[in-house]
Design a protein around this ligand. Structure first.
Ligand code: COA
Length: 180
């Protein structure tokens, strides 16, 4: 059980193979499966994927997705990512998973806030998007708390456990007022 508080130092660190097992576990937790149609991916595939997603943003973005892990104090508690990076439009989507033991303590918002800051400081991306199941209140609140604006609602866009669900699209433009 992680008993950390908001004052603990939070850092985004590059992927390493050992973190694949944590991500495997987080992807299977009920809070992840409740709102998305994430396919069950094996450990080997996750290991391969996260190592491919290792990227130093100070170099030109070459990948379609990049990932960091969230270190809080001494523990790795979650992961944040940039995906669907469209170099021609200079836009990308953000994603996050925080392990259930560490949820609801402000860590997700701090980590995504740090990612947003890093991306706008170190890349030429103009806009970040977040696609969120309408019912995923933690994720929606997280986006809103960082200054993302609701830009649209995709009706019955998702199929979660066979049931259609609406998806909200949030956007944040470079230079727009941010809260963190
Ligand atoms: C979504 C997720 C990343 C949020 O991370 P977290 O560390 O739990 O969130 P935080 O503690 O930073 O809270 C962010 C905001 O959401 C609110 N919140 C947290 N849990 C909530 C819940 N269950 N219901 C409603 N609001 C909630 C917080 O109060 C905070 O809002 P505030 O700034 O107005 O106080 C995390 O819950 C998670 O990994 N869920 C499973 C995977 C997932 O859904 N990923 C996102 C896919 S788009």
């Amino acid at each position: 059980m992680i008993k950390r508080n908001c004052a603990d130092a939070l850092e985004l660190v590059p992927p390493c193979e050992g973190y694949a097992r944590l991500m495997y576990r987080w992807m299977r937790q009920p809070s992840s499966r409740r709102y998305s149609a994430m396919k069950k991916v094996g450990l080997a595939r996750i290991k391969k994927r996260i190592m491919q997603e290792k990227q130093d943003l100070r170099r030109p973005l070459k990948l379609s997705s990049c990932r960091w892990f969230v270190r809080l104090g001494e523990e790795i508690v979650g992961t944040v990512s940039l995906h669907n990076i469209k170099r021609a439009d200079r836009v990308a989507e953000v994603g996050a998973i925080i392990g259930e033991e560490g949820q609801g303590r402000g860590t997700g918002a701090r980590a995504v806030g740090m990612l947003v800051k890093k991306v706008f400081a170190e890349t030429g991306l103009r806009k970040l998007l977040a696609y969120v199941n309408e019912k995923n209140l933690a994720s929606r609140r997280l986006a809103e708390s960082l200054g993302f604006k609701k830009e649209g609602l995709l009706r019955r866009q998702l199929l979660v456990n066979g049931k259609p669900a609406n998806e909200v699209v949030y956007g944040l433009l470079r230079g727009e007022k941010r809260r963190r």
